[in-house]
Design a protein around this ligand. Structure first.
Ligand SMILES: NC(=O)c1ccc[n+]([C@@H]2O[C@H](COP(=O)([O-])OP(=O)(O)OC[C@H]3O[C@@H](n4cnc5c(N)ncnc54)[C@H](OP(=O)(O)O)[C@@H]3O)[C@@H](O)[C@H]2O)c1
Length: 280
């Protein structure tokens, strides 16, 4: 059966992968981003209805994070618009252990629309497609929370769970918690990336306060600094966030991809050996 599916954030880390996989399953996909036509902009609720019109289902990726002020109101408005436009199912990408994200989940769960909630641990791709890439390219990574054990999850695995959730009604009403098969600390991650890419990358431990000061000196936008502070102080070491789950295997019938596999495949792309363009 062919569905019309809106993929919000459809050019981002999980959204892009969801779009590729839905197309392979012969689904009609609309990308929900600011640059698409019709445009979808989280900061402009008047764009929601046009993007949802004619759709049967939607994958909801809030940007930048469900924890930021305003996310709850945006999700509420989106879900009301989705109901009005007659959508039958939504899949929400959520975080693990974030109180604010849980409030957004509640809005979706009480909407009256069929849903699946996909709570994800930190993405492996944060080191190759996001905020940790620039320090890696600079050859010097300084981070707080060096002892935190993080069960990083591969964005391909998230995308595959999202696609199954969108297309198969056995996942309706479910909450999945996605992790990789084991936990990694930051020093272990940087060591693995250095070895696989054949580069010297220095790692040093810093306090959260020093890290925030460094981001301010680098003129990182204030709302981004707020989010980083929140993630490092409230999320990364939150109770339960180091627990490895079996939900990927439950949904996909196979083990989750391992971080070593991600590091090997990503090193081959040359992304960790490119010339630096920007540092944060
Ligand atoms: N990164 C992680 O480790 C992690 C872990 C758990 C959960 N999450 C959740 O994943 C979500 C996405 O985070 P991410 O960092 O991975 O981002 P991402 O997927 O890389 O997001 C970028 C996407 O969002 C779109 N976008 C940006 N601003 C937008 C706006 N104002 N309106 C509409 N679309 C917009 C971008 O398209 P355009 O710029 O073209 O509009 C692009 O498609 C967040 O809700 C976060 O809580 C992330």
């Amino acid at each position: 059966m062919t569905n019309n599916i809106l993929v919000i954030g459809g050019t981002g880390k999980t959204g892009r992968r969801v779009v590729e996989r839905l197309k392979l399953r012969n689904q009609k996909v609309r990308i929900g981003t600011r640059g698409n036509d019709p445009a979808f902009d989280w900061n402009n609720p008047s764009t929601y209805a046009n993007a949802l019109r004619g759709m049967d289902k939607a994958y909801i990726v809030y940007y930048p994070d469900l924890a930021v002020p305003g996310a709850k109101e945006a999700i509420q408005t989106l879900v009301e618009a989705a109901k009005y436009e007659g959508l039958e199912k939504v899949v929400l990408l959520s975080g693990k252990g974030e109180r604010e994200a849980a409030l957004c989940e509640q809005i979706v769960m009480r909407s009256g629309i069929e849903y699946t909630i996909v709570r994800s641990s930190w993405f492996m791709q944060n080191f190759s497609e996001s905020f940790f890439l620039d320090p890696i390219l600079a050859g010097y990574v300084a981070l707080p929370q060096t002892k935190a054990q993080v069960p990083y999850v591969h964005a391909d695995d998230i995308a595959e769970v999202v696609v199954e959730s969108l297309l198969n009604e056995v996942h309706n009403g479910q909450i999945y918690e996605l992790t990789g098969p084991r936990t990694w600390t930051f020093p272990e991650v940087i060591d693995a990336i250095a070895k696989a890419s054949g580069r010297e990358i220095k790692f040093s431990s810093t306090s959260l306060e020093e890290y925030m000061e460094m981001l301010q000196k680098l003129e990182v936008p204030e709302d981004y600094i707020w989010l980083i502070n929140y993630l490092f102080s409230q999320v990364i070491a939150a109770p339960g966030n180091n627990v490895v789950t079996g939900d990927i295997e439950k949904v996909l019938g196979r083990k989750p991809r391992d971080f070593n596999e991600y590091v090997k495949e990503t090193a081959k792309t040359g992304v960790w050996n490119q010339t630096i363009t920007q540092t944060i």
